[in-house]
Design a protein around this ligand. Structure first.
Ligand SMILES: *[C@@H]1O[C@H](CO)[C@@H](O)[C@H](O)[C@H]1NC(C)=O
Ligand SMILES: *[C@@H]1O[C@H](CO)[C@@H](O)[C@H](O)[C@H]1NC(C)=O
Ligand SMILES: *[C@@H]1O[C@H](CO)[C@@H](O)[C@H](O)[C@H]1NC(C)=O
Ligand SMILES: *[C@@H]1O[C@H](CO)[C@@H](O)[C@H](O)[C@H]1NC(C)=O
Ligand SMILES: *[C@@H]1O[C@H](CO)[C@@H](O)[C@H](O)[C@H]1NC(C)=O
Ligand SMILES: *[C@@H]1O[C@H](CO)[C@@H](O)[C@H](O)[C@H]1NC(C)=O
Ligand SMILES: *[C@@H]1O[C@H](CO)[C@@H](O)[C@H](O)[C@H]1NC(C)=O
Ligand SMILES: *[C@@H]1O[C@H](CO)[C@@H](O)[C@H](O)[C@H]1NC(C)=O
Length: 904
């Protein structure tokens, strides 16, 4: 039986009533996505640094200054790209020295080294041959969908354009990828920054050869851009005459740190790549990670940078990935193919046709199983939401059939596993026969309601029914109910600081492409990872057609956005268009992007939230054609995304519900005649929707459609009704674990409710458990005296030691002085981190508290409390009222080996 532990916190699924998960499923260790004590330091350009000798590296002055002050550190990658990024990755012996680092002359910025997960395709399968059930029926349909086929027919193939792929490397020995490496080959260059064994936490072993024969992801990406036609599966890359460079930043498995991604980005820039593409990233919501900042700066200089928007659509809005959030990069959403392949299970016993289940691959079981149903009643709402009764047989000998609904799929699976069960068929409860993500749990699938009801009726009647799962020949071409729509896994933007993410969409579902030869040569993968190289290849076609120049590169995003095709939210006639927070400007129409004679600038009208509202916008329309054009301008609204669950502090899980409460748009003119070469400004005044529930933080968006006799282009607007500062950051509910958060949890897994002592021997230390309902620019834990007089914003009223109420204005926040924080005396800092993403459903942030301060100094025995503070989005870090705060119960430090103690 497969174990679910370890992935437990990932199995969140949409639209179910509340359910809690056991705190014991949480590992007792810090899970913040940073490399401890490692920072990327950005310094001024060399000339600005006082006391710098002319012959030394720009950051040498900073290092010398640290050494002079006795601060311990190690230097990793050094970056010297004046105008882009000058600095170094530095690991400090003690985090407290960050302050000293900050005060060093010449230091511009210090950012933690963020760890990015290895790209996880939503679906991945190595194909076995032509008969393989997973090969999409029309391998080149993605080219037809986007006009790439027409460009290929015109001989536009990306010849002479250099594309750098920052990924897991490329298997260039693949015959469809040129069969070799170096000058004259398709994969003409690159570098391996990490080596096979790198996993994000160990020491990279770089070399000159970016061969990937163990991971496969980068090889798949390379094929989407550059596979030569004439192969077994009739596929070709979008820009298969382009020259590829492979920058390998991922080992065979594991994560990659920002420090490596930045090194690869700068290398790609100095190698004069026309396009850089990154199908990687981590859920973030922020534009501030170093790799996002550097990627954006590169894009501003001319090279096109395409980066995946992320596969976190199920977690709702404000959650696009970084570095894709980089302000000037093209963040790419995914579109679903029109046909999907599902599998059949064969029914034995009573004559009955096969039952189709929603999975691209067969459930990996070759035996024939009897059926067990967890309820004889097909109308039960919470089937298997509670532990199954003692009378339940050993379910390892059955296929268990369960009705969908009321609690998480995960909860049901765990209850079934508790009785030995493994294979589970969920029957639909009216929510729809659709892709349900079991996060890698391959032994569960959804069937239709009627099929489930039939199986239950046979069970109740005592009829012996057995099922088996053919491993070949039982696939069904099923019209993908979401075909032609944005893939539900595409992360929703915008960024927390309201940048327009994702930018555009491209096909990313069910994509067949090259795979390392030792791993099978071809594979089908799904994800924004697959959509991203499609846009990289499209950019190469653009540069190949219009010329390699910084100006063309900088125009790429606008051209793709203005010519994109808007995507509906569903296949009914009534449904609104999908929110721009998930589709961006729409599906790329590469043919039109290259050939349009109408230029629109800007293509993104970012209105921001209502507290920082920019409702008066201008767009300029230019006719670059040879004939007079008559334009009609209209407002085409997209659905307003109701991003928060009404009346709660939580962003709603995806798919984010849409409403038809639209903004009002006033254009200075709705018709326009432009002569060849003429351009004209149009003023656009956009008023937020007046109806709709403001507690749902509606994101309203839409298009200003500009239609001539022959062309349709558009600008896309995006705004928020409400102020992001009103979004509570820290979750103080009991919805996740059944007790109020934040909490300190002891070694027994019990939340601390009153004073408690910790010896810090073995497992006897408090685990801080915090959920962030929204992302925060600053999260801080301080040790404070136990009798501190502060009024936290979030403590629940059940806390049994009330603190005296003081004036709220007592706080303000000049963080810097070691012994005060927000004008309150602190004993010392335990942790301070910047730009933390919110915690998606069922996830939490955990912090391991040790017997030391952040700087490593041992905390004297005594009684204290822990004060948690989180800055609200757009909040002012000098204003107390812009923070959420929470004060812990009394924490006694009673290390028995230490007789020294302090008075509280
Ligand atoms: C910092 O740590 C390194 C290795 O852990 C050690 O060699 C060095 O002496 C330390 N430096 C200071 C100033 O503590
Ligand atoms: C491969 O492509 C060619 C030309 O586009 C087409 O004629 C042929 O039918 C395709 N073969 C398969 C197996 O799809
Ligand atoms: C469900 O039906 C089966 C088969 O008829 C029967 O053995 C079982 O007792 C029923 N369970 C309940 C709870 O009624
Ligand atoms: C799969 O099941 C469906 C529904 O019973 C049936 O129409 C179809 O023919 C089956 N296909 C295969 C290949 O078994
Ligand atoms: C939105 O407003 C906030 C607060 O002023 C600002 O920090 C942010 O940069 C703005 N976003 C954009 C895209 O301009
Ligand atoms: C913590 O330890 C101190 C000293 O041993 C003791 O006085 C106090 O009662 C203990 N508190 C709790 C809550 O156990
Ligand atoms: C570490 O921080 C504590 C609390 O602020 C302070 O008392 C101590 O002096 C610091 N230690 C060092 C080595 O800076
Ligand atoms: C005891 O605590 C003091 C701080 O009060 C610290 O300096 C000392 O290293 C600790 N001793 C042990 C054995 O942990």
């Amino acid at each position: 039986m497969k174990s679910l532990s370890g992935i437990v916190v990932l199995l969140a699924l949409a639209s179910h009533a509340s359910a809690t998960i056991p705190i014991s499923s949480i590992e007792r260790k810090t899970n913040l996505p940073f490399v401890p004590n490692k920072f990327i330091v950005e310094v001024d350009t060399a000339a600005d640094i006082p006391g710098k000798r002319s012959d030394e590296a720009p950051h040498a002055h900073v290092l010398r200054s640290l050494t002079n002050r006795g601060i311990g550190f190690r230097v990793g990658h050094a970056y010297n790209a004046p105008g882009l990024f000058v600095g170094a990755a530095i690991t400090l012996n003690s985090t407290n020295d960050v302050k000293a680092l900050q005060n060093t002359p010449g230091v511009q910025a210090i950012r933690p080294v963020v760890l990015h997960g290895a790209p996880k395709p939503v679906y991945s399968h190595v194909v076995s041959g032509h008969g393989d059930p997973a090969v999409p029926p029309e391998t080149q349909s993605t080219h037809v969908l986007t006009g790439v086929d027409k460009l290929h027919a015109q001989g536009i193939l990306g010849a002479g354009i250099k594309i750098g792929i920052i990924d897991s490397g490329v298997d260039y020995t693949h015959p469809s990828l040129g069969g070799g490496f170096g000058r004259g080959y398709k994969v003409a260059g690159g570098y391996d920054f990490v080596g096979d064994d790198y996993d994000g936490s160990n020491t990279p072993v770089p070399d000159g050869d970016p061969l990937d024969q163990c991971a496969g992801h980068g090889t798949h990406v390379a094929g989407i851009i550059g596979a030569d036609p004439g192969n077994d599966y009739n596929i070709s890359g979008v820009a298969y005459k382009a020259t590829l460079y492979a920058y390998r930043v991922l080992g065979c498995q594991g994560d990659v740190g920002d420090d490596i991604i930045v090194a690869a980005l700068l290398r790609g820039y100095s190698d004069k790549m026309d396009v850089l593409t990154l199908s990687l990233g981590g859920s973030s919501g922020w534009t501030e990670t170093t790799s996002a900042v550097v990627a954006s700066r590169i894009a501003a200089k001319g090279p096109v940078v395409t980066i995946a928007a992320g596969n976190d659509g199920e977690f709702g809005a404000f959650y696009t990935s970084s570095p894709g959030n980089g302000v000037d990069v093209i963040s790419v959403a995914s579109l679903d193919n029109t046909v999907t392949l599902l599998q059949n299970v064969t029914v034995h016993g009573p004559a009955h046709p096969p039952i189709t289940y929603f999975s691209s691959l067969p459930i990996p079981s070759t035996e024939e199983w009897p059926v067990y149903v967890t309820s004889n009643d097909t109308t039960v709402i919470d089937d298997a939401c509670n532990p199954l009764p003692d009378s339940t047989p050993d379910l390892s000998k059955f296929v268990t059939v369960v009705r969908r609904g009321s609690c998480y799929f995960m909860t049901k699976i765990i209850n079934i596993q508790a009785k030995g069960g493994d294979i589970v068929l969920f029957y639909d409860n009216g929510n729809g026969f659709q892709q349900v993500d079991f996060f890698g749990y391959t032994d569960a699938a959804l069937i239709q309601a009627a099929d489930g009801e039939w199986l239950v009726s046979q069970f109740v009647a005592g009829t012996a029914v057995t099922l088996n799962f053919p491993q070949h020949g039982a696939s069904v071409e099923y019209p993908d109910p979401t075909g032609g729509l944005i893939s539900s896994f595409t992360s929703y933007g915008p960024s927390n600081d309201f940048f327009f993410k994702p930018s555009v969409a491209a096909p990313g579902g069910n994509i067949i492409s090259t795979f390392p030869v030792p791993l099978g040569s071809f594979a089908v993968l799904s994800g924004t990872s697959m959509a991203t190289p499609f846009v990289a290849g499209s950019a190469a076609l653009l540069l190949g057609y219009k010329g390699r120049s910084a100006a063309v590169g900088r125009s790429a995003r606008s051209l793709f956005e203005s010519t994109a095709r808007t995507i509906a939210s569903d296949h009914t006639d009534e449904g609104p268009l999908q929110t721009a927070a998930q589709q961006g400007a729409g599906l790329v129409d590469v043919y039109t992007a290259l050939h349009t004679e109408t230029l629109v600038t800007p293509t993104q009208l970012i209105l921001n939230d209502t507290a920082h509202y920019q409702g008066n916008q201008f767009i300029t329309i230019k006719n670059t054609g040879k004939a007079v054009k008559h334009y009609t301008l209209t407002h085409v609204p997209a659905g307003s995304a109701l991003t928060f669950a009404p009346g709660t502090i939580f962003p709603v899980d995806g798919p984010v519900p849409l409403s038809t409460d639209y903004a009002t748009v006033k254009l200075s003119q709705t018709t326009l005649v432009l002569f060849p070469g003429q351009s004209w400004p149009i003023s656009v005044r956009i008023t937020p929707p007046t109806t709709g529930d403001p507690t749902t933080f509606p994101i309203f968006s839409g298009f200003i459609k500009i239609q001539s006799q022959t062309e349709i282009t558009h600008a896309t607007y995006l705004g928020l009704k409400g102020s992001l500062k009103d979004a509570q950051i820290v979750d103080n509910t009991d919805g996740t674990f059944g007790f109020n958060l934040p909490a300190l949890v002891d070694s027994n897994g019990d939340p601390q409710t009153g004073p408690a002592n910790y010896t810090f021997v073995d497992d006897d230390w408090p685990l801080g458990v915090v959920r962030l309902a929204f992302g925060t620019p600053l999260l801080r834990f301080d040790l404070v005296k136990s009798d501190i007089k502060v009024v936290p914003t979030l403590n629940s009223r059940t806390l049994n030691e009330r603190t005296p109420v003081l004036e709220r204005d007592f706080f303000s926040f000049p963080h810097g002085k070691p012994n005060t924080f927000a004008q309150v005396a602190i004993v010392g800092s335990l942790l301070e981190v910047d730009y933390i993403p919110r915690s998606p459903t069922l996830h939490s942030n955990t912090v391991e508290f040790s017997k030391t301060f952040a700087n490593g100094t041992v905390i004297p025995n005594g009684n204290y409390r822990i004060l948690l503070r989180a800055l609200r989005v757009t909040g002012d870090s000098t204003q107390e009222r812009d923070f959420d705060s929470w004060l812990s119960p009394i924490v006694g430090f009673s290390d028995p080996s230490n007789t020294t103690s302090s008075s509280p």
